[in-house]
Write a protein that binds this ligand. Structure first.
Ligand code: S3P
Length: 177
């Protein structure tokens, strides 16, 4: 279901963990004077448990079920949506993303992400082992999936959050024309 002419266009942000989806999403929402939904926060509120608790107590598959349900629920909201890094893993989610453009991939190298998120205890997938290696593995699987879903790929390794938000605002102006 695409946006109608005259609707406020609200992007969906995808990308690996640490790529700035939530913080850039907040900036964009403020700029567009619209709401912002952080899919992970939405899941946590609904489940009444933290992400690490969901993974530890219910398992990753259960988290992915919750994530798919949450995505379906929030897509109709007039809001910038910051997804979790693994949202593209399920085909049904990718179909949903493709049908709600524009989707924007905040592309970062595993190396720059590892510096940002190493030791983050709120991210179960990097809780144990070598963060860079894990991110490289995730990048290999997910980069093609992000690419397949996205209308804009923003390589932002050397871009500040404010610069990334500005670039997206510019893109949205063109998108609207
Ligand atoms: C995940 C990313 C996390 C969160 C969960 C799983 C992933 O979101 O959804 O820990 O599979 O990459 P962020 O991308 O916001 O860190």
């Amino acid at each position: 279901m695409g946006k109608e002419m005259g609707d406020q266009v609200t992007p969906i942000l995808v990308g690996l963990m640490g790529s700035g989806k939530s913080s850039i999403g907040r900036r964009l929402a403020a700029h567009l004077e619209t709401g912002m939904v952080d899919l992970d926060h939405y899941i946590v509120e609904k489940a009444g448990r933290s992400i690490p608790e969901i993974f530890a107590e219910l398992g990753e598959d259960a988290f992915r079920d919750m994530e798919s349900e949450a995505l379906r629920e929030v897509l109709s909201k007039p809001a910038v949506i910051a997804t979790g890094g693994g949202v593209v893993m399920r085909e049904a989610n990718r179909v949903l993303l493709k049908s709600h453009p524009p989707v924007i991939w905040l592309k970062c190298s595993p190396e720059s992400l590892a510096k940002r998120i190493d030791g983050d205890s709120n991210r179960p997938l990097i809780a144990a082992g070598d963060t860079l290696k894990k991110l490289q593995e995730l990048a290999e699987i997910r980069y093609p999936l992000y690419e397949a879903c996205s209308d804009l790929i923003l390589q932002r390794d050397h871009m500040k959050r404010s610069e990334a938000a500005d670039a997206i605002v510019l893109f949205l102006k063109q998108w609207n024309q």
